[in-house]
Design a protein around this ligand. Structure first.
Ligand SMILES: Cc1cc2nc3c(=O)[nH]c(=O)nc-3n(C[C@H](O)[C@H](O)[C@H](O)COP(=O)(O)OP(=O)(O)OC[C@H]3O[C@@H](n4cnc5c(N)ncnc54)[C@H](O)[C@@H]3O)c2cc1C
Ligand code: FES
Length: 342
């Protein structure tokens, strides 16, 4: 166990030999900045003033050569070897709304949703409290470094966690995950992420998912449908995929709406699927459009964007296009919540 003092913060926090500088800080209730938790975004950088750390992934893309020269490290990839004194600016925004914890979990079910996306249901030894839209880190057997996956079930305190994962060609983590047998166990650490459901926001809800970004959007839709505070909000759900064979989610949404309110006549969820690589001339199902998801969003809702509470998740290129659109449409960033899937 080591003690970590943040320059200017009154009390140091403790970090076990197996934890990282970032995650121990979050467990201690500190607003340690981060986003991806997997070495890619660079948001968790700190300057090392005193002490020694182990770098879990020296080549991580979140750290530049300039950072390395300036003795900057990634909180999510650093383990304390001694007591540390570090410099970074904490912020309330990053303080955990549920304290992340580590538990063993057993794979209960693996169901194919499309040709390359599957749903995985894990049963955790210790229940994890999370909010709809958050993610967890799964440490897979034999894989270096955990992988971040968003829960797709509704937030709450749960032993059962559901994930929807795309199998990436030559992806080390997803390959092992897809190879797990029912009964195999992994380690889960969570929850993490700031793109969780804001139940106090009164605006209608806009959810935009791209590819495997479906999972957190489903969790958010399920959370909004079940939330007593959000019963009058409309939920606009846009899902971007490449081709028809990549589409999934609409049936799961219909089930969620039915479970939340079996007698409700009017649909509160308005679902649009968007295909970026649909062969010209081929028939499209009802409610399906072609193009990039941010383009269809702009065409459908350009003038109302600032009236929504907006959540999105997907690959960095989609996230960047979304941010560009929302900034151009002068949407206040306080009502925008997102995760980029590195
Ligand atoms: C916040 C967040 C939520 C996500 N949610 C989902 C989801 O719900 N569904 C989904 O399908 N995908 C999700 N992803 C993407 C997912 O985490 C993986 O990146 C993806 O499955 C590819 O992983 P892979 O191991 O198959 O591919 P690889 O190319 O082998 O690995 C890529 C990922 O592993 C990390 N990584 C690679 N090498 C190391 C190492 N040595 N040490 C530590 N980390 C390493 C990278 O930063 C990158 O995240 C999410 C990503 C983030 C950041
Ligand atoms: S949170 Fe550490 S690099 Fe993204």
């Amino acid at each position: 166990m080591h003690s970590i003092a943040i320059e200017g913060n009154p009390a140091p926090y403790s970090c076990t030999d197996h934890d990282t500088v970032l995650r121990a800080g979050l467990r201690a209730g500190l607003g340690f900045p981060y986003e991806c938790n997997v070495g890619s975004c660079g948001n968790c950088k700190f300057e090392l003033l005193e002490g020694e750390v182990d770098n879990l992934w020296p080549e991580s893309p979140g750290l530049s050569d300039k950072d390395r020269l300036k003795n900057r490290w990634l909180g999510c990839q650093s383990r304390a070897k001694t007591d540390l004194r570090i410099k970074l600016r904490t912020s309330e925004h990053y303080r955990a709304i549920h304290t992340p914890l580590i538990t063993r979990a057993v794979l209960k079910r693996h169901t194919m949703l499309t040709h390359d996306i599957s749903e995985f249901v894990f049963e955790c030894e210790t229940p994890i409290a999370f909010s709809s839209g958050q993610y967890a880190l799964i440490q897979l057997p034999g894989v270096k470094g955990p992988r971040a996956y968003s829960m797709s079930n509704v937030g709450g305190k749960a032993t059962g966690l559901e994930f929807q994962v795309r199998r990436i060609p030559e992806g080390l983590g997803s390959d092992v995950l897809f190879g797990l047998a029912v009964g195999d166990s992994v380690q889960i650490d969570g929850p993490y992420g700031m793109a969780y459901l804001r139940e106090d926001a009164e605006r209608d809800i806009l959810l935009v998912g791209g590819g495997s970004g479906l999972a957190p959007m489903l969790s958010l839709a399920r959370g909004a449908l079940m939330s007593e505070k959000l019963q009058s909000q409309q939920i606009h759900f846009l899902y971007g995929a490449r081709q028809l064979r990549d589409l999934c989610g609409e049936d799961l949404l219909k089930d969620a709406q039915h479970q939340a309110n079996p007698t409700q006549g009017a649909q509160r969820v308005h679902y649009t699927s968007v295909l970026s690589n649909h062969p010209p001339g081929e028939e499209l199902p009802a409610g399906c459009q072609t193009g990039f998801v941010h383009e269809v969003l702009e065409a459908k809702h350009a003038d109302q964007l600032a009236s929504f509470e907006i959540y999105f998740a997907g690959p960095p290129l989609m996230a960047q296009a979304m941010i560009k659109l929302l900034v151009a449409r002068k949407v206040p960033m306080t009502q925008v919540h997102f995760d980029q899937f590195y």
